[in-house]
Design a protein around this ligand. Structure first.
Ligand code: SF4
Ligand code: SF4
Ligand code: SF4
Ligand code: FES
Length: 321
């Protein structure tokens, strides 16, 4: 059978999907709820294409070709629809990609990382990282008197901002780092970052007790910031913040330990179903419609393996460092 994709005539097999055919031709089509060779059900609508033969918009990940199709992958209306799908996903996504302290640091220091080293007693790694960022590590933050990082620190919304400057000073004066030839974290990319509003009273109470770490840091940044498909596509579409506001009332930063190094953060789940359809009785959907959530019943944890984190298109499932 023959169809056209962006006016290119192509011979296709009826069991192929439009997404597979388009990829074969080197076309780029985003997809969130699809993973090659895995069970999936179309839900995200980010992979939409148009059949110009009848004007229909169709999900390419789950539509097979039929004779005479004239598929368009990159027209304005197709891109608008994909963008709208992404904005809808973001509107139900209560999370942040980067910690605000790091975003405003004029030196480009990944503050959240330094505080993570501090909270996990990795002074040597912290000192090595600080030395790579500052020209004069012993001076550190001392020539940055306005402390923009402390002004935007989210812990301040809960009670008291994290003493970032003091902790950076302490880390930079730690004993010399042990030799280590592992690569240092790369500089941060200026990319899309989802916006988070104020904390609810309930969240503040929860954050106070759940972030009882030496620095007091909430560790705002997302574990998936470098690999998240939602962030990557939002950035490619030029989305600055969700058009529809944020409707999710799932609490920020509530995370649940699954097994081993695997953690689950429900507020970052887009309910794509990949974890549900690809674990045997592990994850499951609870509820219906807008209130639907992914859950992991306690008795099902042993059915889950850490590898499932690689299937998750967002930071909802991740492996702790
Ligand atoms: S899951 Fe993606 S979009 Fe959401 S906070 Fe993390 S990196 Fe940002
Ligand atoms: S709580 Fe931690 S990560 Fe969040 S803004 Fe404050 S210092 Fe940065
Ligand atoms: S946890 Fe990840 S893989 Fe599972 S439904 Fe949510 S977004 Fe999809
Ligand atoms: S990737 Fe096709 S509907 Fe999600």
């Amino acid at each position: 059978m023959k169809i056209t994709i962006d006016n290119i005539e192509v011979e296709v097999q009826e069991q192929e999907t439009l997404l597979q055919i388009a990829h074969r031709l080197g076309k780029k089509i985003p997809s969130m709820c699809f993973a090659e060779g895995k069970e999936h059900k179309p839900s995200c609508m980010v992979c939409m294409v148009k059949n110009a033969a009848n004007g229909q918009m169709i999900p390419s990940c789950s539509t097979h070709p039929t004779e005479g199709m004239q598929i368009v992958t990159d027209s304005e209306d197709v891109l608008d629809l994909r963008r709208m799908s992404l904005e809808l996903l973001l509107s139900d996504h209560r999370a942040d990609c980067e910690a605000p302290c790091t975003t405003v640091c004029p030196k480009g220091l990944n503050i959240e990382r330094v505080l993570w080293y501090y909270d996990t007693n990795r002074y040597s790694e912290a000192k090595r990282y600080i030395a790579a960022v500052f020209d004069l590590p012993n001076i550190g933050c001392d020539d940055c008197p306005k402390s923009p990082c402390e002004k935007v620190c989210r812990r301040g919304m809960v009670d008291q901002h994290v003493e970032i400057r003091e902790i950076v000073r302490k880390m930079s004066q730690a004993p010399d780092p042990e030799p280590d030839d592992r690569p240092l974290p790369t500089g941060k990319a200026k990319m899309f970052t989802s916006k988070l509003g104020h904390f609810s009273a309930k969240e503040k109470e929860w954050l106070k007790v759940s972030t009882d770490v030496p620095s007091g840091c909430l560790h705002c940044a997302c574990a998936a910031q470098e690999v998240c498909k939602l962030r990557k596509y939002a950035d490619e579409c030029g989305i600055k913040s969700p058009r529809y506001g944020v409707s999710s009332d799932l609490p920020f930063k509530v995370k649940k330990h699954v097994i081993g190094r695997l953690w689950f953060e429900p507020a970052k789940c887009i309910r794509c179903g990949l974890c549900v359809y690809n674990t045997n009785d592990g994850f499951t959907f609870k509820g219906r419609g807008f209130g639907m959530q992914v859950v992991i019943p306690d008795e099902s944890r042993s059915h889950v393996s850490e590898e499932i984190a690689n299937l998750c298109p967002t930071g909802a499932l991740y492996l702790e460092d």
